[in-house]
Design a protein around this ligand. Sequence first.
Ligand code: ZN
Length: 492
Amino acid sequence: MRDQDPGYKADLKILSPGISPLKAGFAAVSITPKVPDKWIDSDNDARYRPGNGDTFIDGNGNGKFEPVWISGFGNSRAANGIHDDLWARTIVVDDGKTRMAIVVLDVIGFMNNHVIDVRKRIPPDAGITYTMIVSTHVHEGPDLLGLWGSSSFKSGVDMDYVEFIKSRIIESVTSAVNNMRPAILEVSEDHESANHLVTDTRNPEIYDPGLRIIKFTDKENGNTLGSLIAWADHPETLWGKNLVITSDFPHYLREGIEKGVYNGLNRVKSGTGGVAVYVNGAIGGLMTTNPDLAVKDPFSDREFNEPAFEKAKAQGEQLALIALNAMDNPVERIDSAGISLIVRTLSLPVDNKLFKLGLLLDIFKRGTSGWMKMRSELAVFKIGSVSFATFPGEVYPEIVNGKIEAPEGQDFNIEPVEVPPVREMMPGKYKFILGLTNDEIGYIIPKSQWDKKYPFTYKYDEAPYGEENSLGPETASILHRNLKEMLNDLNH
Ligand SMILES: [Zn+2]
């Protein structure tokens, strides 16, 4: 319950007056965990049940049991192998005055206390003004939040693994700094072609649609340094019975961008090279490619409903093709710009009873910043005509894009609070949302849609899913109020 970082504030306000040449560097460092060599699952139900015949065997043939608990879905899902590597992928951008590092992890979430610890350990000679750590929210990697151990009251987090990730993030950042080159940024967008690859499982049906892309090329030789690809969907296409570690559809998306998309041995579209970095935007409320949503193979009539690697591959390849086609026709080219950056540390009230218990039992391993309060963080920044707003969790798309509702059955009987929409307040022409950035506090739900009590909204038979994984009904309005002030400052 103690504060792990008393007095810590990340607060910054850098308003760049000028225009300067930009530099950028990329790096990709693996954070794949070690998992037991073999797991004998006696009843093939994706759950470890001691005494039920389930056994782990290490490389020496011993029945040694050191499970890696997979996050998302139910408890007690023990990893049984590795399908593809998990990554700490870093973009460093520098305008000669401000140097920002954006690190994206293939994990379900990375708590603010861990972010603070990493910042303190990045060597000062890396010259970083501000480090952001973003999670893709993949549901097929190790538990980092504590919720998916062998039981609900046992944290599934392996602190040695957390320590390993921290050291790899520092490697990733320092190597991206060493790779910095004079850079040109090319912005491209496609707001329609990927919409059939994601569904919304809770009313109102509002998405954070569109792929937004920035390709960074070397100003001197034209080589691709890397790219940032933003979309909004839970990486959980493999769903809850998968037992091998994978980064889900972002794996196939990044491979396609970097190396090209192939139909068998035929290259259908060339890749760009460099390091592709995938980020998620507003994925709350709830953006998913669940088993009800079929995904078509991009090159045949085959359609995949059941969760499977073929389905994640088809989805990732479709996304890569859409992104690569958009990158052929960039809408903006930036080679000089100032970086403006505003950061605020916040203390958010914890209202959720289960989260309070989680803090008391140290399930979350994050400490507090006051009685039943969590330290968290917001950032907004601008590079030329491109602006970014971060959220420390899974924001409902209507808070970002508008059309928050005040449906009958809501618990507070109020009009929408979180208005105007965040994207409307953002400066510039191209607006990126970075979800799960510098924290994972769960769902960020409009207060006028908050619904735990009967009667339920939208004629649901039971309370909709979301509130049980949210800090409380005030979270969205606190974040929105702060973003409004920060974006107002960024605009001036
Ligand atoms: Zn989620």
